[in-house]
Design a protein around this ligand. Structure first.
Ligand SMILES: Nc1ncnc2c1ncn2[C@@H]1O[C@H](COP(=O)(O)OP(=O)(O)OP(=O)(O)O)[C@@H](O)[C@H]1O
Length: 361
C-alpha cells in the first residue's frame, strides 16, 4: 500500500479495551486479506475514511474515528491521519500503523510515540514483537475464530462483494470526518486592539453524520468565526464548538482540536514620538555634517502601554562614510517586538535629509 501511495490507518488492539476511545465505524468481522484492505482504503470506496480495527486475525471494524493527539510537537511530519494514530496510542496499548498517502511512508504509533519506519523489515520486526507480546497466547483460540465464517467474512473474501455490501450497508451509518478549518476573528477594533502574533489561524474539526450528508457537503466552505466585539477582557479563552462553526444541515459537530483557544488581546494607545536617525561610519575629512533631518519629524505609534513605553523611534542608520554631498535618502522605521505598531495612516518610510558643508582649507 505504501508503494502504491494508498493512505491507510490500521489499529492492532492490545490488551486494553478500545471502545471508550474510538467512535463510529462499521462492524465487519472479516479475515484480514490484502484485497480486503485495498478495498477498504480505496479512495473511491465510501468507507476509506477512518481506521481499520483488528485483533490481529480479523478486521473487526473499519471507518473508525480515533481521538486526535494535541501533542503536535511529536509529529515531525504528517497531518490528521498521523495525529489520529498518535492520539490513540497515547490512550491505550494498541499499535497503530499509518501509511501516508502523500509520501508513501509507513509510521508506527505506540505508547504515545510515533516514528517513521526506514524499511519494510522494520515493520515486520515491530509486528513480530507486538504479536509475541499480545497475541501469542491467543493463537489457539484465534484459529477457531478463523474457522468460523460469518456472512460478512464470506463477503469480505471477495472485494467486489465487499464493495457491493458496503454501498448498501454504509450510507445509513454514522461516520466521522476531520477537516482543517480556518479561524476568522471579526470586529476587533483594529486601531486600538490587536491579537498577539501567535493566534491560531486554523483548527481541526471533526463532524459526524451519515455518509449521504457528507457526500453533498463542501468542506472548503467551513469556517470557524469569533466575533470579538463583545469580548471585554484582554486574556481570552474561546471555546470552539457548534456555535462558532457554519455547520451544514445533516452534520453535527463532534470535536475540535484544539478545543480552546487562548488569545491575548492587546490594547494600543496612540503616542506621538520624535523620529531619530542614527549614524554610522566617519564622514570624509573635507566635510562637516549638520544634523540629519527626518521627515516627518514626529510620528504616531500605537503602543501596548501595559507592556512597554517609548520616547522616540529610530530609522535605519545613515552611513556617513558614503556621503559626498547633501543627499536625501529613504529609510525604514525600526519597530521591534509586538508592543508597537504603526497607526494605519503612518508610512514606515522616512525621508532623511543629510546636510553637509565643505570645510574651507
Ligand atoms: N480522527 C480520525 N480518525 C481516523 N481517521 C482519520 C481521522 N482524521 C483523519 N483521518 C483519516 O485521515 C485522512 C486525512 O489524512 P491527512 O491527509 O489529513 O493526514 P496525513 O497525516 O497528512 O496523511 P497522508 O500523509 O496520508 O496525507 C482522512 O481521509 C481520514 O481517512
Amino acid at each position: 500500500m505504501a508503494d502504491q501511495r494508498i493512505g491507510a490507518l490500521i489499529v492492532l488492539e492490545g490488551r486494553e479495551d478500545l471502545d471508550r476511545h474510538v467512535h463510529g465505524g462499521i462492524e465487519l468481522d472479516g479475515k484480514i486479506t490484502i484485497p480486503l484492505l485495498h478495498s477498504i482504503f480505496n479512495t473511491n470506496a465510501p468507507g476509506h475514511d477512518g481506521a481499520v480495527l483488528s485483533d490481529g486475525q480479523r478486521i473487526l471494524k473499519f471507518g473508525v474515528h480515533l481521538p486526535l493527539s494535541t501533542n503536535l510537537y511529536k509529529l515531525s511530519r504528517g497531518g490528521t491521519r498521523h495525529t489520529a494514530a498518535l492520539g490513540l496510542s497515547e490512550k491505550c496499548d494498541a499499535l497503530v500503523i499509518v501509511v501516508s498517502e502523500e509520501r508513501g511512508t509507513i509510521s508506527i504509533a505506540e505508547n504515545g510515540q510515533i516514528k517513521e519506519l526506514e524499511s519494510h523489515s522494520d515493520l515486520k520486526k515491530h509486528l513480530d514483537d507486538f504479536w509475541a507480546e499480545y497475541y501469542q497466547s491467543k493463537t489457539t483460540s484465534n484459529k477457531q475464530w478463523g474457522e468460523r465464517r460469518s456472512l460478512k467474512t464470506a463477503l469480505a473474501a471477495g472485494s467486489l462483494a465487499f464493495i457491493l455490501w458496503l454501498s448498501f450497508a454504509y450510507p445509513s451509518e454514522t461516520v466521522y470526518r476531520t477537516y482543517a478549518v480556518p479561524i476568522e476573528y471579526s470586529n476587533l477594533e483594529s486601531t486600538s486592539y490587536a491579537l498577539q502574533d501567535t493566534v491560531p489561524l486554523q483548527a481541526r474539526i471533526t463532524l459526524s453524520g451519515s455518509e449521504q450528508a457528507f457526500r453533498t457537503f463542501d468542506p472548503s466552505e467551513l469556517i470557524i468565526s469569533f466575533d470579538l466585539a463583545s469580548e471585554e477582557v484582554e486574556d481570552l479563552e474561546l471555546d470552539i464548538d457548534s456555535d462558532n462553526i457554519n455547520l451544514p444541515a445533516g452534520l453535527q459537530f463532534f470535536e475540535a482540536s484544539p478545543s480552546v483557544l487562548q488569545l491575548k488581546k492587546q490594547y494600543f494607545v496612540p503616542v506621538n514620538v520624535p523620529v531619530k536617525v542614527p549614524v554610522t561610519g566617519t564622514i570624509a575629512e573635507h566635510l562637516q555634517f549638520q544634523p540629519v533631518v527626518p521627515s516627518p519629524e514626529i510620528i504616531t505609534i500605537l503602543v501596548d502601554t501595559a507592556a512597554a513605553t517609548i520616547d522616540s523611534v529610530l530609522t535605519e542608520p545613515v552611513d556617513l562614510s558614503q556621503v559626498e554631498e547633501q543627499t536625501v535618502q529613504q529609510k525604514m522605521l525600526q519597530l521591534e517586538g509586538d508592543s508597537f505598531r504603526l497607526s494605519e495612516q503612518a508610512s514606515p518610510n522616512i525621508t532623511v535629509t543629510i546636510n553637509v558643508r565643505k570645510i574651507q582649507s
